[in-house]
Design a binder for this molecule. Structure first.
Ligand SMILES: [Zn+2]
Length: 303
């Protein structure tokens, strides 16, 4: 089951208690439905939970018993209302002019907070989807109606969400990408378990990023150490080959021997293994001296 389906299952389990909220939720569902006009209403869904909820909501909001038929594709449920009297009853309940055309939002029936919340739930159930939080944070509503998309944007802004709007083919997509906004939306509309899943995914991501940063940093340090040791080994070989190593003071020769015997050891380990031990800085200075000497020789030879 996708995360979107899980969210919808949770939202469909919210009890239908007040008529005002059943009406508002139906309004959200219908404004994002396949057809919402005086000459016909059609809701198509592949979601069994939603099909059951639509039947329950219609009964509570309009005292209408509507049952879905199975679509041409078996996994779909189709609610179809074509009777003039039934459509008028629905339009009346929303305070819509039965002769007006186009999908428009009547904010007058969405005054109370409970109704606004129910409307958002219906809108998401019908026209919304949300990405799995492990992959990305993205919640969207899709509608083909331009005017309604602007009304819905304004409604979301009033509910303190900050939707962005984009076109996808001939449709308008309202979306938000902030994990906090998605959590707020899910909690508000009645899906706290799904909201918790978003929070958990965020914690896992944060910890993973922290570990990655740490590992990258350590890897960078290790490769720096290895590069330095290899440069020292190369320099010592050069100095051995041209005989200049044996002209150096005893402590420098000693450092060279130590590095050649332990090409992979860190400076601190090498410094501590000298008898008597020296500081890391002292050994570093001696090894750098070897690298500088070899470089001088190369420059003299014009390499
Ligand atoms: Zn209400």
């Amino acid at each position: 089951m996708s995360f979107s389906q899980e969210v919808k299952r949770e939202l469909c389990a919210v009890p239908v208690e007040q008529t005002c909220d059943a009406l508002s939720e139906c309004y959200g569902i219908l404004l994002f439905a396949n057809l919402f006009r005086q000459n016909g209403i059609r809701i198509i869904t592949g979601n069994t939970d939603l099909a059951e909820r639509v039947a329950r909501l219609f009964l509570c909001a309009f005292d209408l018993q509507v049952l879905p038929r199975r679509g041409a594709r078996e996994e779909r449920y189709v609610f179809e209302i074509t009777k003039k009297s039934q459509i008028h009853r629905i339009f009346d309940a929303f305070g819509l002019d039965p002769h007006a055309s186009g999908v428009r939002m009547n904010r007058a029936i969405l005054e109370e907070d409970c109704c606004k919340t129910a409307f958002l739930r219906g809108a998401f159930l019908s026209g919304g989807s949300v990405a799995a939080p492990e992959s990305r944070y993205h919640l969207e509503f899709v509608t083909p109606h331009y005017v309604f998309s602007t009304e819905m944007t304004a409604f979301l802004m009033d509910a303190e969400f900050q939707p962005k709007v984009t076109r996808r083919q001939s449709k308008y997509v309202l979306y938000f990408k902030s994990s906090e906004a998605i959590e707020d939306f899910l909690i508000q509309t009645g899906a706290p378990v799904s909201a918790l899943a978003v929070m958990q995914a965020k914690v896992v991501k944060d910890v993973r990023n922290q570990i990655n940063r740490h590992v990258n940093c350590e890897t960078a340090n290790i490769s720096k150490t290895v590069d330095a040791a290899m440069a020292q080994v190369r320099a010592i070989r050069t100095l051995q080959a041209d005989g200049r190593l044996y002209l150096q003071p005893r402590v420098i020769q000693e450092a060279a021997q130590l590095r050649m015997a332990n090409p992979e050891s860190s400076l601190s380990v090498l410094a501590a293994s000298l008898d008597p031990p020296v500081s890391r800085a002292t050994l570093s200075y001696r090894l750098k001296k070897l690298v500088a000497l070899a470089k001088e020789g190369e420059e003299l030879r014009g390499e």
